[in-house]
Every structure is written in structure tokens, then in C-alpha cells.
Ligand binder design. Sequence first.
Ligand SMILES: NC(=O)C1=CN([C@@H]2O[C@H](COP(=O)(O)OP(=O)(O)OC[C@H]3O[C@@H](n4cnc5c(N)ncnc54)[C@H](OP(=O)(O)O)[C@@H]3O)[C@@H](O)[C@H]2O)C=CC1
Ligand SMILES: O=C[C@H](O)[C@@H](O)[C@@H](O)[C@H](O)C(=O)O
Length: 320
Amino acid sequence: MAGAGAAIPSVKLSGCEKAMPVMGMGTALFPPVGLEATKAAVLEAIKAGYRHFDTAFVYGTEQALGEAVVEAVRLSLVDSRDDLFITTKLWISFSEPSQIVPACKMSLQNLGLEYVDLYLIHYPVRLTEMMTKIPVPAEIVKHLDMKGAWEAMEECKNLGLTKAIGVSNFSCKMIQQLLSTAKILPALNQVEMNPLWQQKKLRDFCMEKGIHVTAYSPLGANNTMWGDNRIVENHVIADIAKARGKTIAQVALRWAYEQGVSLACKSFNKERMRENLQIFDWTLSDQDLEKISQLPQAKGMTLASILGPHDIVLEIDAEV
Ligand SMILES: NC(=O)C1=CN([C@@H]2O[C@H](COP(=O)(O)OP(=O)(O)OC[C@H]3O[C@@H](n4cnc5c(N)ncnc54)[C@H](OP(=O)(O)O)[C@@H]3O)[C@@H](O)[C@H]2O)C=CC1
Ligand SMILES: O=C[C@H](O)[C@@H](O)[C@@H](O)[C@H](O)C(=O)O
């Protein structure tokens, strides 16, 4: 018997047969909570109805996610691995073109899977070495060879290592550059997006090109090392939530969903992961949307906060 999944809508991505559930469970957390706790959280999420999981080589959660998938099949929470949509990402220390197919295979090995549903270039930048400390030395930060990197991503898809390929943290200009040589259209661009960083320009651009957008940190990465509590303590969103009988998180997530994007939202808490799925059977009013559209905008996460304020990094951060 397959698990009783909540009614989560799905979206069709360019070049991808399997539909992607619009709500994905994120698995980025620092400090890490360990293999067993991550596995338990993923299993709990599957029980709650999540069928889309977002990981990355750099998160260190690929193995736990893969083991949870095996366990979910064993427990008949899902019929097979094919019932799940799994995304992972190419880390920037492996983004030199010749490293990309091996990096994808390494992620598959970590996951214990034959294929992922979606493989993303994590950031539009390259490091010549592994990242052993934050910030990294300036001399290891290089521009991404966009043409070569995308050809290698296309090779990952052609080899059947991934069903679809896409990008993350790409600006309009970077996508334009990628499209000038791409044979396969990126299925999506995963970017920071929430009521305080709405990404209107990028969303319009991607939509025009047929590239789906996934919103990461839709709650502003509340209570993480890379985010803050600006969303969960926002008075405008709190007032809307109160009037609607919803939580602040639900209003923020519903807002993103109503903009036509999918979401990667992380909660390893049993109640909150369920709360975050209760956003599909009600709507925000035009007045709510108008109030949210007026909120002051500020990007939460910068690449400089991870890699350091190097020229190439600041150039990337300045683009939207
Ligand atoms: N491509 C990229 O560069 C990036 C991708 N991502 C992906 O997106 C996912 C989500 O983004 P993330 O940055 O984690 O941030 P989110 O905006 O999803 O916030 C996660 C934080 O909010 C808390 N939280 C979750 N639900 C609620 C709720 N209902 N009320 C109050 N607090 C809540 C979580 O804690 P708790 O677990 O205790 O509930 C956690 O601390 C990541 O896990 C990752 O998979 C994220 C950043 C960058
Ligand atoms: O060390 C770097 C960090 O892992 C960072 O790049 C990611 O965790 C990022 O916030 C994400 O969630 O995708």
C-alpha cells in the first residue's frame, strides 16, 4: 500500500516525463544532525505526504536520503523509488566540465540510486579545490565555463544519470548566456525566493523562456546559519496569517505557490512539516497579495557569505 500522500499539486518540467510535486522537502542543515536523524526526518516527511526531496553533494545528506528511500519502499510507504522526485546538485568544486559526469555518478553512489530526477548546477561559479574553510582563498575562485559545464550536464542526462537538468542561483544574464549554446533547455532555476525577496524580474524572465522556478528558503531560512527570522517575525505577514486563521509560515509558502513556482522548504519537525503542506486548499485575497507586494525587498543569502568577498563572487551577487 502506498502512503496516503497529502494532495500536493505537481508541475511538468521541460524535458522531464515525471511531474514534480510543487512542495519539496529541503535537506540542507548546518550543523548536520547525522545520518539516522536525517533518515528519520525523511521517512517522517514521506509519511506526511512529501514525495519530492531536495539534496546536494555539499549538504552531506545524500546518503541518508538514499537510505530513507530504500526504507520507505521496504515499509511500503511508497511502491517504489519511482514514486519519489529526487533532486541533487553539482558542487562548485567539481564544476570543471571533465569533473561533472564523475561528480554526478558520485552523488548517485552516495544516494544509492541509479538515477536522480533532477541534477542542478548549485552555483554559477567554480572552485579549483575542495572548500575546506569559509571563506575560501581568492585564488581558487574561478568563473564557470558555462558552455562546457552545460554540455557535461547534458551528457549526464543523455547517459540516463538524471531525468532532467537545471541550474541554481543563476541570474537572467547567466541564463541568457547558457541558452546561447545549450542544446537542452534547463528544466528549472532554483533560487532564493520569499515575500522579502520576490524575484519578480527573474521569474518573468524564466517563465518567458519556459524555465520553471523553484523557491528555496521560502521561510527566509529561519533559524539557520545562512538565514534569519525576518519572515517569521514579519508583522504584515503575521496580520494576514491571523485574519486567515493560518500560520505565518503557511502564508509565506502559499504566497510563493500563488506566484506559480514550486518550493523547497525544510522542516525536520513532525508538526511543522505537516503544517507546511496545508497550503493547497485556500487562497490569499487580492488585498493580501497587494500588501505582500509592498514589502521592502532584500536578498537574504549571498555567495560572498559562503566564499568570501572576492571580485568574481561580488560580481555574481550583484546580478539578479
Ligand atoms: N540551491 C541553493 O543554493 C539552496 C537550496 N536550498 C534548499 O532549500 C531548502 C529550504 O531552504 P532553507 O534555506 O532550509 O530555508 P527555509 O526557508 O525552508 O527554512 C528552514 C527553517 O525554517 C524552520 N521552519 C520550517 N517550517 C517552519 C514553520 N512552519 N514555522 C517556523 N519555522 C519553520 C526550519 O526548522 P525546523 O526544521 O526545526 O522546522 C528551518 O530552521 C534547503 O533545505 C535546501 O534543500 C536552500 C538554500 C540554498
Ligand atoms: O558550505 C556551503 C553551504 O553548504 C551552502 O552553500 C549551502 O548549504 C547553501 O546554503 C544551500 O543550502 O544550498
